[in-house]
Write a protein that binds this ligand. Structure first.
Ligand code: SAM
Length: 433
């Protein structure tokens, strides 16, 4: 880290025609970090909010381990991502021995203090200054969220609160991708704030792929607004209802009807977004064409945002204590652990759009991969080299679990991403077959 510009986005020389690719600007050793990138926009999955109480901007866990456990225990069973949703309370109680209600009484009891909680301190919760339920890990995250998009998406201050709530509920019920789209609508003002660990000069290079973007930020005239929209809109220019892969359970004969339903969903979401956020100067941004391209771009380029759970680490720590101390500690923590069941290990999950990461092409013999180290405790994407990479080489990750798959199986999986693979391995194997 800290060795200067490490990667460069180039439109030329990518193996795939005039598409963009990411290239090493210096040599990298195996396991070395190539890139740490903050998302341009990201959102925690709505169903995950009780599993992980995180900063609404950087996705770092906040509060305390006690608060995190409490929220998991308070969550309705169906909201948890990793529990058996079908089990009724009684069966669940029987399985774990202690019910969530019993564990909550213990946790909220006077003077209760979680043993060894001080080894897992988390940043204090900073509430949204607009008075909504959004929380942050610091004032600076709160301010950045406010300036990026939240000043317009905060239902504490919005003049169209009811419409905004309807838009958000619709996104929760149908597709989280609409939350991202609404953030884009306002993040476009601040697109030039792209942060990147190695060098801010990269911003200019990222903008290469958007052809030409005004270098000024904060200007709110209509043309600048449209310019600022481009980094998102030009990521991958396919309309959502055309780009989305046909689900396995949809009969290919029903494809047209499936795609028109997806389009209707986008239209419904857009009309709610307009109702909630209408300002005359935003009008150009609210065409179905642009909205569809933005969501389509997310569909094709979204990356999972994943942050490991400190609650899981806490219980692993207890597990590893020396026997006498462990026994003493578990007198207190065992009921909590039993009541949590599998939820003890559920972690923060969301999705986001990463400008540089979205330029990385796929290879069935990749030289890099996404990898979170212990110190990566927020929603940034981290890419590490899986072998030595020489300066000038293109950086490739694999979009699929390709290792044990045949050429044909790999093509079938990649068709969900909308392309036939032209990597060197596929080129070799195609010619052999
Ligand atoms: C996430 S983008 C990568 C950046 C892309 N090259 C660009 O110019 O925006 C994924 C797209 O790149 C192209 N692509 C990536 N890997 C490829 C591969 N192995 N073979 C053919 N096309 C590939 C496909 O068009 C795919 O939809």
């Amino acid at each position: 880290m800290g060795k200067g510009i490490a990667v460069l986005v180039s439109l030329a020389n990518s193996s795939f025609g005039d598409l963009a690719g990411l290239f090493a600007e210096r040599d990298f050793d195996a396991e070395e970090v190539i890139l740490i990138e903050e998302p341009l926009v990201a959102a925690q999955h709505s169903h995950n909010k009780n599993d992980a109480v995180v900063c609404g901007f950087c996705f770092r866990y906040v509060g305390s381990i006690q608060l995190q456990i409490q929220r998991k225990l308070e969550a309705p069973e169906t909201q948890s991502c990793c529990c058996h949703e079908e089990e009724d309370d009684e069966e669940d109680h029987h399985r774990h021995g202690v019910s969530s209600e019993e564990a909550l009484v213990l946790l909220k009891g006077d003077g209760f203090s979680l043993p060894h909680g001080d080894k897992f301190l988390l940043p204090e919760v900073v509430k949204c200054s607009g008075g909504c339920s959004e929380i942050y890990c610091s004032k600076s995250c709160a301010q950045r969220a406010w300036h990026d998009h939240h000043s317009l998406l905060c239902d504490g201050v919005s003049q169209h609160r009811d419409e905004l709530v309807l838009f958000k509920e619709f996104a929760d019920e149908t597709n989280d991708i609409f939350h991202l789209a609404s953030k884009v609508a306002f993040a476009c003002f601040f697109v030039l704030r792209l942060c990147f660990t190695f060098s801010v000069q990269l911003i200019a290079k990222v903008m290469l792929r958007t052809k030409k973007l005004s270098e000024s930020s904060g200007v709110t005239d209509r043309n600048t607004l449209l310019e600022a929209w481009k980094p998102f809109a030009m990521g991958e220019k396919r309309l959502w209802w055309e780009a989305v892969a046909l689900p396995d359970d949809v009969d290919p004969l029903e494809e047209a009807s499936f795609r028109s339903q997806i389009k209707e969903l986008a239209e419904a979401s857009l009309s709610q977004l307009k109702a909630a956020l209408w300002e005359p100067e935003f009008a150009p941004l609210f065409s179905l064409e642009i909205y569809g391209s933005i969501i389509g771009m997310f569909e094709l380029n979204n990356l999972d945002v994943v942050v490991a759970s400190p609650v899981e680490n806490y219980f692993l720590y207890i597990q590893d204590l020396e026997p006498a101390l462990k026994e003493q500690t578990e007198q207190i923590t065992r009921p909590l652990f039993e009541a949590l069941g599998e939820k003890y290990a559920s972690f923060c999950q969301g999705s986001g759009f990463f400008a540089l990461h979205s330029c990385i092409n796929h290879s069935c013999e990749p030289n890099a991969k996404a990898f979170k180290r212990d110190e990566d405790i927020n929603g940034n994407a981290v890419i590490i080299a899986t072998r030595k990479i020489m300066k000038g080489e293109q950086i490739f990750t694999s979009y699929i679990e390709e290792e044990d798959l045949s050429y044909t199986e790999r093509q079938a999986m990649l068709s969900d991403y909308g392309f036939a693979c032209e990597c060197t391995k596929c080129f070799r194997e195609k010619n052999q077959s």
